[in-house]
Design a protein around this ligand. Structure first.
Ligand SMILES: C[S@@+](CC[C@H](N)C(=O)[O-])C[C@H]1O[C@@H](n2cnc3c(N)ncnc32)[C@H](O)[C@@H]1O
Length: 277
C-alpha cells in the first residue's frame, strides 16, 4: 500500500473509532494501532463494504452491525491452564497465602470464554478452597461471557488441556472435570458454582472492591500505554494490601506508574504482590 493510501486508512480508522465511541460508548481509541488496524481490515474483508468510510454510516445506525464489529475487534483466544508454569506457580506460591483468609474474592478481567477462570476454580478446589472464594470473571464482549457461563468446551481440545493440567501440577484426573457428549465437553457444575460471569469494560467501568487476587492476562497487550496505565490503576484500586496481580507472560509492571507499590513474587511469572502501605 502506498503512503497516501496508508494515511487515508489511518484517518478512516480514527474517524470510525471516534464515531463508535460517541454513538455506542465503546472506546477503542487507545487500542494499539497495528493490532486494531489488522482487526478492522479483517472485519472489513468479511463485510459487504469496500472501505471503512463506506461501513461507517451504516455502523453508526445499526447496533447489530456494531456487535459484529465488536466481535471482530476483540481477540478471544484462550485455553485451559494457559502457560502451565504460571498456573503451577499460582498453585504453589499464591494459594498458600490465599488460604490464610477465611474467604477470598477474585476478579478475572478479560476472561474471554472462561477457560482460565475454570482452570483457576480447579486449582482452588483441589487446594481445599471450595466454598471459600467467589470469582468475578468479566469481559467487554457479552457473547463470550454467555459462552463462558455455559461451561461447554470442544472435546477435541481435551487432550491438550489434559497435558496443560498435568504440567501445571494438577492433583487429580482431568477427565473428572467434564462429561463428554458428542463433540462437546460439559464442565462439572462444581467448577461453576463460585464463578460469576459479567460484562465489564476496562476502558470505562469502575473497579471491584477489596479483591485478594486480580488476573488480567493477555488483554493489555492490545492496548496503548495510557490505557494500560488506566487498567493497572483500576486493578490497584481493586486490590487489598497483600493481594496478588497476575498479568500475561508478555506483560509486566516494568516502567509502569504503580510498579513501586508491588513486589514480583517469582521472576518472570508476572505475579505481583501489592505492598501493605
Ligand atoms: C486474548 S483474550 C485473553 C483471555 C484470557 N485472559 C487468556 O489469557 O487466555 C483477550 C480478552 O480481552 C477482552 N477485552 C478486550 N478489550 C477489553 C476491554 N476494554 N474490557 C474488558 N475486556 C476486554 C476481549 O474481549 C478478549 O476476550
Amino acid at each position: 500500500m502506498d503512503e497516501a493510501a496508508d494515511r487515508v486508512q489511518d484517518v478512516e480508522v480514527s474517524l470510525l473509532l471516534e464515531g463508535v465511541h460517541q454513538v455506542y460508548g465503546y472506546d477503542f481509541r487507545d487500542y494499539a494501532d497495528a493490532s486494531i488496524r489488522r482487526r478492522l481490515a479483517h472485519w472489513l474483508a468479511e463485510s459487504p463494504f469496500e472501505t471503512l468510510s463506506q461501513a461507517q454510516s451504516q455502523l453508526l445506525r445499526d447496533p447489530q452491525l456494531f456487535v459484529s464489529l465488536l466481535r471482530g475487534i476483540t481477540v478471544n483466544v484462550t485455553e485451559m491452564f494457559r502457560d502451565p508454569p504460571f498456573f503451577k506457580t499460582l498453585r504453589d506460591q499464591v494459594v498458600p497465602f490465599l488460604k490464610t483468609y477465611p474467604f477470598v474474592k477474585i476478579w478475572h478481567a478479560g476472561c474471554a470464554t472462561g477457560e482460565e477462570a475454570y482452570s483457576l476454580a480447579i486449582v482452588l478446589n483441589e487446594e481445599g478452597m471450595a466454598g471459600r472464594y467467589r470469582m468475578y470473571a468479566t469481559d467487554i464482549d457479552e457473547a463470550v461471557i454467555a459462552t463462558a457461563a455455559e461451561g461447554v468446551l470442544r472435546l477435541s481440545e481435551m487432550q491438550k488441556y489434559t497435558r496443560n493440567y498435568q504440567k501445571s501440577g494438577g492433583r487429580a484426573s482431568f477427565a473428572d472435570y467434564y462429561t463428554a457428549r458428542y463433540d462437546r465437553a460439559i464442565l462439572a457444575a462444581e467448577l461453576k458454582s463460585a464463578v460469576v460471569f459479567a460484562p465489564h469494560n476496562l476502558t470505562a467501568d469502575a473497579e471491584f472492591g477489596e479483591m485478594h487476587l486480580v488476573l488480567c492476562r493477555n488483554v493489555m497487550i492490545y492496548f496503548k500505554p495510557a490505557l494500560k496505565e488506566r487498567c493497572l490503576a483500576l486493578f490497584d484500586a481493586s486490590l487489598a494490601g497483600g493481594g496478588f496481580l497476575c498479568l500475561g507472560m508478555k506483560e509486566s509492571l516494568e516502567r509502569r506508574a504503580l510498579a513501586t507499590g508491588y513486589e514480583e513474587l517469582v521472576p518472570n511469572m508476572r505475579i505481583y504482590r501489592k505492598r501493605y502501605v
